[in-house]
Design a protein around this ligand. Structure first.
Ligand code: 13P
Ligand code: SF4
Length: 320
């Protein structure tokens, strides 16, 4: 007897109403979508929570959801997993890494740390779980100054992996920090010369910059802060025009929050689009949907590293 073959389900099929399908899956999975400001606009618009690295880790630490869909880069989703070992943590694209995290390999850092045995290690959250496990306290760009200020003056400090944030924190606190020589490919791409040309073209514009930028660029900034701090500043300042020296994904939120103001992305060298983070931009709304539908790619990490990496993150959360 002839029996009709069952239609094959295509695990990669994309529905026409992606927003609707993601909302349904969110309910089905009891999932929360956490997104960073550098994600594409559609992802920002569908997220349950949008924030900077500190806000995202605070949300991850407090969520009741069973599944965390992390629209950001690997170290951010990994932090969520360190805080939530029993939850499923999904990252739409596992290749969404970070040049700053890559600039600090664990073996090299272990040797560096051994050269400074009396120092404590404060690491920027943009690092791997292995580096977190070698650290005493984690910080983000929004709490780095506050955390260093809480360390007794006599206690020497290694600051890793971002030399630019480290230099900025050192200037703000007056502390002599031993810096790991890492940097972010996005924030070091801004051109000081083109920034000055832009400022001449728009003399009333304020320059707002992320502390991962190189010192020559930061010297021109009217305000320096984390992505959330830049967003808040853009709403509170009396200026109506801003040159934004960080990944331009955040301009979507700035325009939503202050539609009457103008936001100009700071220029990279040679008219390139290299001020867009190539890792953040690997995530798309389609990949986010597929990750939820197929419950993969999932973040996993060895329990021994997770347990050691948890302590410095908890210290950060308590000190913030
Ligand atoms: P924030 O701490 O502002 O979220 O910065 C994260 C980041 O990756 C900057 O490049
Ligand atoms: Fe990493 Fe730089 Fe991308 Fe931030 S912008 S995720 S620091 S590569």
């Amino acid at each position: 007897m002839f029996t009709a073959a069952k239609p094959k389900l295509n695990p990669y099929e994309i529905p026409s109403d992606l927003f609707g399908a993601i909302k349904e899956l969110k309910q089905e999975l009891n999932a929360v979508i956490l997104a960073h400001y550098y994600q594409e606009a559609d992802i920002q618009d569908i997220a349950d929570y949008l924030g900077d690295s500190l806000g995202l880790s605070q949300q991850a630490a407090n969520t009741d959801a069973e599944v965390i869909v992390f629209a950001g880069v690997h170290f951010m989703a990994e932090t969520a997993k360190i805080l939530n070992p029993d939850k499923l943590v999904l990252l739409p694209d596992l290749e969404a890494g970070c040049s700053l995290a890559d600039s600090c390999p664990a073996d090299d850092f272990r040797a560096f740390k051994a050269q400074h045995p009396d120092h404590i290690v404060i690491s920027y959250i943009n690092c791997t779980a292995e580096i977190k496990a070698l650290s005493d306290i984690i910080c983000t760009s929004s709490n780095a100054v506050k955390i260093v200020q809480q360390i007794p003056q006599a206690q020497p400090i290694i600051f890793a992996p971002d030399r630019n944030l480290g230099r900025y924190v050192s200037e703000q606190t007056g502390r002599d920090l031993v810096l790991w020589d890492g940097s972010c490919i996005v924030h070091e791409t801004f051109s000081e010369k083109r920034m000055i040309e832009l400022k001449v073209e728009h003399p009333s514009a304020e320059i707002i910059a992320h502390p991962e930028c190189e010192p020559p660029l930061l010297r021109h900034a009217d305000f320096i802060g984390s992505t959330t701090a830049l967003l808040n500043y853009a709403q509170q300042s009396s200026s109506d025009k801003f040159i934004v020296a960080t990944e331009p994904g955040i301009i979507h939120q700035m325009e939503k929050a202050a539609p009457e103001r103008q936001f100009i992305p700071a220029p990279g060298m040679n008219n390139c689009a290299c001020n867009e983070c190539p890792y953040m931009r690997l995530n798309t709304l389609e990949k986010l949907y597929l990750a939820m539908k197929n419950k993969t790619p999932e973040i996993t990490l060895p329990e021994e590293i997770r347990v050691r990496a948890l302590k410095p993150i908890q210290r950060m959360l308590a000190m913030s």
